[in-house]
Ligand binder design. Structure first.
Ligand code: ADP
Ligand code: MG
Length: 253
């Protein structure tokens, strides 16, 4: 790894849901090391553990085993309060369904993470972020006065407001039309290229994955042993996914 700064490191992270006969090992000793300033896509069949990986990495869920560090800082275990503070200071999250508060304007939604953390709502920063995501003229609109693509861009501005070490996005373009999806992907790409942010995105779309620097593949809660795909093209991603499906079917048979 040399002196590359690690923005996200997961070591032997496992997570099981349920118990006994009904137990599902959603993540099985996953280890990942993502450099600061990288854009990584996570792909895999439905139920392969992509969301669980993202939630464990982002501190939205606690793993049963293993360690997560963000910028070299270990994610606190046990205490929800410490975990929440850790998450608020270091992590941004973008959801498929935007998760904006319907009674707050774009500007208020974008500053919410600061408000929740008991910090001053940095209006100038929020305005500049909203302008950067192309919503300079929509700051005082409510979510239902915005298109899906515009709502997701508010969600990206909200995720960036605390200058987090890592921004996680779970199927951020899953609810969007092709054009809006492209805008959101270009926006995520530019936060990496222009601001050195670190982005980790789950997607099932090879075209979306091709915006990333690297794609990692999950099957049955494990990273695909064939390794990651660098400089992904949509065709190369689709080919790897097809093989992943083959193996998953064989394992399940
Ligand atoms: P993906 O995002 O790749 O579709 P998930 O991480 O959502 O996969 O789920 C991985 C596995 O864990 C699946 O078998 C799923 O049914 C199971 N799972 C996920 N969340 C829960 C939960 N809260 N309770 C029980 N099982 C769950
Ligand atoms: Mg999922």
């Amino acid at each position: 790894m040399g002196h590359t700064t690690s923005a996200l490191r997961m070591t032997g992270v496992s997570r099981t849901y349920g118990a006994g006969e009904a137990a599902v090992r959603a993540l099985d000793e996953v280890s990942l090391d993502l450099a600061a300033g990288s854009f990584t896509a996570i792909m895999g069949p439905s139920g392969s553990g992509k969301s669980t990986l993202l939630h464990c990495a982002a501190g939205l869920e606690q793993p049963d085993a293993g360690q997560v560090t963000v910028n070299g800082q270990p994610m606190p275990r046990g205490s929800e309060t410490r975990l929440t503070r850790f998450r608020r200071e270091r992590i941004g999250f973008v959801f498929q369904q935007y998760n904006l508060l319907p009674t707050l304007t774009a500007l208020q939604n974008a500053t919410l993470p600061l408000t929740l953390a008991g910090k001053r709502a940095d209006r100038a920063r929020a305005e500049s972020l909203l302008t950067e995501v192309g919503l300079g003229g929509r700051m005082h609109h409510l979510p239902d006065q915005l298109s899906g693509g515009q709502r997701q861009r508010v969600a990206v501005a909200r995720a960036l407001i605390t200058a987090p070490s890592v921004v996680f996005a779970d199927e951020p373009t899953g609810a969007l039309d092709t054009r809006s999806a492209r805008d959101v992907l270009a926006l995520l790409r530019s936060t990496v290229d222009r601001h050195g942010r670190t982005v980790v995105m789950v997607t099932h779309d090879p075209l979306a994955a091709s915006y990333a620097d690297t794609v990692v593949f999950l099957a049955d809660g494990r990273l695909d042993p064939s390794g990651e795909l660098r400089r992904p093209t949509p065709d190369a991603v689709a080919a790897r996914l097809a093989h992943l499906g083959d193996r998953a079917v064989r394992v399940g048979a």
